[in-house]
Write a protein that binds this ligand. Structure first.
Ligand code: ADP
Length: 280
């Protein structure tokens, strides 16, 4: 504690241990009802973070949970396309309404607000963070059991602001075998510890390819180290998703909720669900 402490942190610059930490968390829209929020993160783009987010949402919805996806990857929004949704989101004086997918998943994304979904978003970080925060504060999410947030890649300014402003129940880290897994997981673990948010598991995407002729598993990007990295950090859950053309095609055609794709992360989602239920 600083000498002559007045107990008014707002008028004092001393960095003492008893300094009150400002609560930067934003309140959701007054009409929203959201039970659990899980962020899906990755060290870089292109590793299948949006794919994992979409598959987890499909798994959650197929288990009977009311599910939502907040697409916070503003400059690379691919969620609506994966769910086959191209209509624009509606709003009125009360707020903005999510677009609802065929199976009932509530979706919000920059692409659902743009005049043209091909329009690029060339904004600076602060504007991007502000927009994503509005997805939380101005969108009316109805009776959501699980919300998955497709985070912007990396650990930069925008993801950091979101970690601070949205109350997250857990984080899922997506990597590929060659994606410097150890370093990315260490960074995510440190960031999560700083924010006091548990890491629920690692998903190793594009983990292997199954030979269509002999059924042998081929490690296209090298031997998996996800298990040992998970063990090292004491993260209990690891799911491995193969490279599968049905996934690429489903993402392109907007049928990611289809039966044959939503089986991939059903078990993993089940473990996450169990873990969060134990904690409640
Ligand atoms: P990110 O969100 O990390 O940038 P995406 O989820 O958009 O990555 O995936 C990048 C591309 O790879 C997309 O075209 C997606 O359809 C494809 N993809 C992702 N995971 C797989 C997989 N396991 N098998 C086949 N294609 C995949």
């Amino acid at each position: 504690m600083a000498e002559n402490c007045s107990h008014d942190c707002s008028s004092c610059s001393a960095d003492c241990s008893s300094r009150e930490k400002p609560d930067l968390k934003k309140k959701p829209h007054a009409m929203s009802d959201i039970r659990r929020v899980i962020a899906v993160v990755s060290g870089k783009g292109g590793v299948g973070k949006s794919m994992t987010c979409a598959l987890l949402a499909a798994a959650s919805q197929s288990k009977g949970y009311v599910t939502a996806v907040m697409d916070a990857d503003i400059t690379g929004p691919s969620i609506p396309k994966m769910f086959g949704m191209h209509e624009r989101a509606r709003g009125d004086e009360l707020g903005i309404y999510p677009v609802v997918s065929q199976n009932g998943v509530q979706l919000m994304s920059m692409n659902l607000l743009l005049e043209n979904e091909d329009d690029p978003v060339i904004w600076r970080g602060s504007l991007i963070s502000g927009t994503v925060q509005q997805f939380w504060t101005d969108v009316i999410w109805s009776g959501v059991d699980y919300m998955f947030v497709d985070m912007p890649p990396g650990t930069g300014d925008v993801p950091l602001t979101l970690f601070q402003s949205i109350p997250l129940d857990g984080i899922i880290v997506v990597t590929t075998p060659q994606d410097l897994v150890g370093m990315i997981v260490s960074k995510a673990v440190k960031m999560a510890a700083m924010m006091n948010i548990p890491i629920l598991g690692i998903v190793e995407n594009m983990s292997y390819l199954t030979c269509p002729d002999c059924g042998r598993k081929i490690n296209v990007f090298g031997e998996s180290i996800a298990d040992s990295v998970a063990l090292e950090h004491g993260i209990p859950l690891v799911a491995k998703v193969p490279i599968d053309q049905t996934l690429t095609m489903a993402a392109d055609k907007g049928t990611i909720e289809a039966e044959d794709t939503n089986n991939y992360l059903v078990d993993f989602f089940g473990k996450v669900d169990e873990l969060l239920n134990e904690k409640k």
